[in-house]
Write a protein that binds this ligand. Structure first.
Ligand code: KG4
Ligand code: ZN
Length: 369
């Protein structure tokens, strides 16, 4: 009993002192967050190079990497200033080392390695997708403008991961003990939103612009198929191709009509109908499989992670389809940010996960969960 008490004391002291600075540069956002004890958000700073990519209809890796070099130091300083902290108060550094764009990851990882060496801090290497899940553990902040979750999710926890690069259902039994139930067999849901936007002439990034256009559309106007794949797997390439065929038919053209000419032929109402129909089917696909997983595995909580978690239709459908209440991270914590990496770093430190070697940590652009 005494041993148990003293262990509890050591554990409590360790948790209380754990302030982690997280660096995220896997795509176009140079993002730094500072989190205390895995639940309190002290700083969240994001510089995006999105404005530079919009004209190309997608992220240009070389431009993103160059922008990270310029933004890295000011964003780190802005996060420290926002938290009112200096390096002596930071207990550890966490960094995304995959998955993502090679050039972008390299800048964040090199910055984190250098800071870990020069300030003599432990370094934790984080999986970007796991980071998205951990945004759900943030419950407290004194920063203005955030709507935080009331409490941290409990285990077993079903994570619905819906981002630009990933769509998967993962069952967490505990921190860092999880089982991949299913994943997309082709495009990720965010990627499919982006491609539907491109086909219909809506601006990049496609998720927000498709959901905005969908507000004026009829979600039942365009019949779109749902792919028949494994029980918990997804496929978004079929509905995306069906959108292309439907758009060609709406313009009175056949399958040989080039997709880049479609935007000038579609009316605003047709674009809105396509957007609403695609959004309905994509969200239903996720909600139906998540409901099935809830039935089979009876999780104590369900969390949603990744940029598409910002989609209001998905939130509505999940709320209706799932047997237990689902809470969502603040919208700013759904898309790429450093706070989620700092949170993941806190839990790695608090549960004594292996540290990374700051002299050798390499990027892993195709890292999976
Ligand atoms: O998680 P994230 O910021 O980056 C990745 O790790 O991929 O997700 C970006 C994706 C993009 O595909 C974007 O179109 C999508 O999230 N997205 C949305 C919405 N906001 C962002 N998709 C649907 N509805 C939204 N409101
Ligand atoms: Zn992401």
């Amino acid at each position: 009993m005494i041993i148990y008490d003293s262990q509890m004391l050591v554990f409590a002291v360790t948790i209380e002192l754990m302030i982690v600075l997280g660096i995220e540069t896997s795509c176009d956002e140079t993002a730094v967050g500072i989190v205390k004890d895995g639940y309190e958000l002290l700083a969240n700073q994001v510089a995006s190079s999105m404005d530079l990519h919009v004209q190309y209809g997608g992220v240009v890796p070389e431009i993103a990497a160059r922008s990270h070099i310029e933004a890295m130091t000011p964003v780190i300083q802005a996060a420290l200033d926002q938290a009112g902290l200096g390096w002596p108060q930071i207990d550890a550094i966490a960094v995304t080392y995959g998955a993502g764009l090679g050039g972008s990851l390299l800048i964040g990882v090199m910055a984190a390695r250098t800071l870990a060496i020069t300030h003599n801090k432990p370094l934790y290497a984080c999986n970007h997708v796991e980071g998205h899940v951990y945004a759900n553990f943030l419950t407290v902040t004194a920063l203005p403008g955030y709507v935080m979750r009331a409490q941290a999710p409990e285990f077993p926890m079903l994570a619905i991961i819906v981002s630009g690069g990933h769509s998967q259902l993962v069952l967490f039994q505990d921190h860092f003990k999880y089982q991949l139930l299913g994943r997309t067999q082709d495009d990720a849901i965010g990627e499919a939103f982006d491609k539907v936007a491109k086909l219909t002439g809506l601006p990049y990034p496609g998720g927000p612009s498709v959901s905005k256009a969908a507000l004026n559309g009829n979600p039942d106007a365009v019949p779109l198929p749902k792919a028949k794949v494994g029980k918990y797997d997804f496929s978004f390439s079929g509905p995306k191709t069906a959108v292309l065929r439907a758009a060609q038919a709406m313009c009175g053209q056949d399958f040989s009509f080039p997709s880049y000419k479609l935007p000038e032929q579609l009316t605003d109402q047709q674009v809105a109908d396509i957007a609403a129909s695609f959004q309905r089917v994509a969200c239903e696909t996720i909600a139906e499989k998540a409901a099935l997983a809830c039935q089979e595995f009876k999780p104590a909580s369900v969390v949603i992670a990744g940029g598409v978690a910002a989609n209001q239709e998905l939130r509505k459908q999940l709320t209706e389809a799932l047997p237990l209440p689902i809470t969502f991270p603040d919208l700013t914590l759904c898309t790429d940010n450093g706070a989620m990496i700092a949170t993941l770093g806190c839990f790695k430190a608090m549960t004594a996960q292996p540290k990374a070697n700051p002299y050798t940590l390499a990027i892993q652009p195709s890292l999976s969960m």
